[in-house]
Design a binder for this molecule. Structure first.
Ligand SMILES: [Zn+2]
Length: 67
């Protein structure tokens, strides 16, 4: 079993989305029915929305393609 880790920050690609960030009231009002959470990066402190869980899923092969 590998230790689960939080997702990588899409901004700096080094930090982890470690902290929950508060969503703006507008987002909360309109997207409350979506499993979207807002996290802030432990490194660059930028906020990112995460769909579903912030934990990385099990590593898969051939999914390392750059987008
Ligand atoms: Zn970051």
């Amino acid at each position: 079993m590998e230790t689960p880790q939080k997702k990588l920050c899409p901004h700096c690609k080094k930090g982890r989305l470690a902290y929950r960030a508060k969503r703006p009231p507008l987002v909360k009002a309109f997207l409350f029915w979506l499993p979207i959470k807002r996290y802030s990066c432990s490194l660059c402190s930028k906020k990112s929305y995460v769909y579903g869980s912030a934990w990385e899923t099990a590593p898969q092969k051939n999914t390392n393609n750059a987008i």
